[in-house]
Design a protein around this ligand. Structure first.
Ligand SMILES: O=C(CO)COP(=O)(O)O
Length: 241
């Protein structure tokens, strides 16, 4: 059976104090959530330590938003697998479209980061997705298949989550039609050697559309940006019907 993974991607939001405040509110809303749903908070590096300390004994998992492929070295501004593992981090987002677009991340570096994450016992959440231009040109499938082919070379599909995030649906309020997201995710699954890899949908997921998204048979969870920043809103998403 495929695992359900509901993850928040806080991006570059929340100070340490704001993170702690969120956690207190969020934990009080989580009591009813079915145990089999994995709940993950992918937070800025500066909030990892304080959340790790306060998550002790909780079923919420901690996630980071990037990891370098070397164990240590002269790589200013980067973070390594052992640094994250030591803090109790279990998941790490890799290849988010914002990293690919603004920070020169390529399929080659994404591949290196995926393998490094697994080496240090972190479960990577690999993000793939097309631009509006690619969609309009009918290139959605070709683009995503090319990303998967390059990104997944040598990656263990037993320790992996994939997020389908159409770039045009991120932060725009313009959600991909749930049936279309379900179709693309089915295509992604057809390219994997392990059909049980959880595949999430990401892009303008909010309390108003979560039930419809999660009713789709191919969708195994969500990667949520803006709506994960507020405790009640993310709790409603985690507690989908
Ligand atoms: O990029 C995203 C999650 O990684 C999606 O962001 P939004 O939910 O704000 O559209």
């Amino acid at each position: 059976m495929r695992k359900i993974v509901i993850a928040g991607n806080w991006k570059m939001y929340k100070t340490r104090a704001e993170s702690l405040e969120f956690l207190q509110g969020f934990m009080s809303c989580l009591t009813e959530t079915p145990e089999e749903r994995e709940v993950v908070l992918c937070v800025p590096f500066t909030s990892l330590a304080v959340l790790s300390k306060n998550l002790h004994g909780s079923r919420i998992r901690l996630g980071a938003q990037n990891v370098h492929w070397q164990e240590s070295g002269a790589f200013t501004g980067e973070i390594s697998g052992p640094m994250l593992s030591e803090l109790g981090v279990r998941y790490v987002i890799i290849g988010h479209s914002e990293r690919r677009q603004y920070f020169g991340e390529t399929d080659e570096t994404v591949n290196l980061r995926l393998k490094a994450a697994q080496k240090y016992d972190l479960i990577p959440i690999l993000c793939v997705g097309e631009t509006k231009q690619q969609r309009d040109a009918g290139e959605t499938e070709a683009h995503i298949f090319s990303q998967l082919e390059k990104d997944l070379v040598g990656v263990d599909q037993n320790k992996l989550v994939i997020a389908y995030e159409p770039i045009w649906a991120i932060g725009t309020g313009d959600t991909c039609e749930t049936k279309e997201a379900n179709r693309v995710i089915g295509l992604i699954r057809s390219k994997l050697t392990n059909p049980d890899v959880p595949i999430q949908y990401g892009g303008s997921v909010k309390p108003e559309n979560i039930d419809e998204v999660m009713a789709m048979p191919e969708i195994d969870g969500v990667l949520v940006g803006g709506a994960s920043l507020e405790a009640a809103s993310f709790a409603r998403i985690v507690n989908y019907q």
